[in-house]
Write a protein that binds this ligand. Structure first.
Ligand code: M6R
Length: 358
């Protein structure tokens, strides 16, 4: 039930701190990580991971690529389910497949899993629904533990999925003896993430004002960032477009000048993310480029990279998993933009919660 909330989406946004704590307490036993040992051996012996997903889960996979490459020291390909099944690239010698699916029922993902099973490869489904089709048909399952997600726009499943990817990557990395995995205190990071999200959701009015100020009467909006912030920008833009119906795009900040910047005119809303240390200075430069063309820019940075004048500053957590925190302002901006337009926030037009056709 929605309890005291008017919408499931806002309730689910608010549940994210509790979800982070639940993932931490369920997957950790003291310092020990509770995951299937056979699965660890399987993942650790793979020469490449293929993460397959759709929509928001695909965006969680893009974040996961960095996490697995760093912590588990293995190359990762991230694949759109709807493409991969029909245009399967030449696979590596020892592939392992990871399916990300909130519902566990997405037909596009399932058609890939069916092929993977036919080929005899092992797989893992990370899902919020334990006995779902993708969970039953994969070799292994890890639960997202986010609790039922009812709103069509996925919020807590995205943040949960990134956290669960980090759990697995750390477990695999420790198993393989990877230094970065041993050094990351993930329990501490998940606690920091929970607190950070709480500070953001405690300031909801701020995001209503931002939505009003930046998006009232607007047809287009852009999210930009580099590195981890690029992956995040794709999710932020999807959230905004699917419930507000404002045309929104996520771009790699450095790509703007290769075409997209021609769309920037006076008062075009541009939301710029600065959580990626390597990209930060260059993204600041790209912000200047769009400001010079009249864009109405909102900077969302974290404490470490914040500069005077940034409109939203979020608490800092480990960069690899930082979208867990920095996505929340985008979720709230999308929510209030949708509400202001009188849309059905929980059930946007033309969309279903789980897409069971290919
Ligand atoms: O249940 P799944 O995670 O497999 O669903 C994938 C997409 O259909 C889903 O994430 C969709 O993009 C959401 N509406 C995004 O908010």
């Amino acid at each position: 039930s929605k309890g005291t909330y008017d919408t499931f989406m806002l309730k689910e946004i608010d549940e994210q701190p509790a979800v982070m704590r639940k993932i931490s307490s369920n997957y950790f036993d003291g310092k020990k990580i509770n995951v299937d040992q056979k699965m660890l051996e399987d993942v650790a012996s793979a020469d490449r991971l293929y993460i397959v997903a759709a929509g928001t889960s695909y965006h969680a996979a893009l974040v996961g690529k960095d996490i697995f490459e760093n912590l588990a020291d293995v190359p990762v390909d991230v694949e759109l389910a709807s493409e991969f099944g029909y245009h399967m690239p030449k696979l590596s010698k020892k592939p392992f497949f990871i399916f990300l699916s909130q519902s566990g029922e997405t037909a596009d993902s399932r058609q890939v899993l069916v092929k993977v099973n036919e080929l005899g490869y092992h797989s893992l489904t990370m899902t919020n629904v334990a006995n779902s089709t993708l969970s039953r048909e994969a070799t292994y399952t890890m639960e997202l533990l986010a609790g039922p997600e009812i709103a069509v726009a996925s919020t807590k499943a995205y943040t949960a999925n990134i956290a669960v990817e980090a759990v697995l990557a750390k477990a695999v990395g420790e198993f393989k003896g990877v230094k970065a995995a041993k050094e990351l205190d993930l329990q501490e990071q998940l606690a920091l993430a929970a607190n950070a999200i709480q500070t953001i959701v405690d300031e909801k009015d701020k995001f209503k004002d931002i939505a009003d100020d930046y998006l009232t009467g607007k047809k287009d909006a852009f999210y930009i960032g580099r590195g981890i912030d690029y992956a995040l920008s794709l999710e932020a833009a999807l959230k905004l477009k699917e419930i507000s119906y404002i045309h929104s795009e996520g771009f790699a900040a450095g790509e703007l000048k290769h075409g997209t910047i021609s769309l920037i005119e006076k008062d075009t809303p541009v939301f710029a993310y600065i959580n990626d240390g390597i990209g930060a200075a260059h993204t600041r430069g790209n912000i200047q480029e769009v400001v010079a063309r009249g864009a109405h820019v909102l900077v969302i940075s974290n404490k470490k990279y914040a500069e005077k004048g940034d409109q939203v500053v979020v608490p800092e957590i480990d960069e690899m998993i930082s979208p867990i925190v920095s996505v929340v302002p985008a979720q709230l901006i999308a929510y209030y933009a949708s509400l202001a337009r009188g849309n059905n926030v929980d059930q946007p037009r033309n969309l279903a919660k789980s897409v069971t056709v290919e």
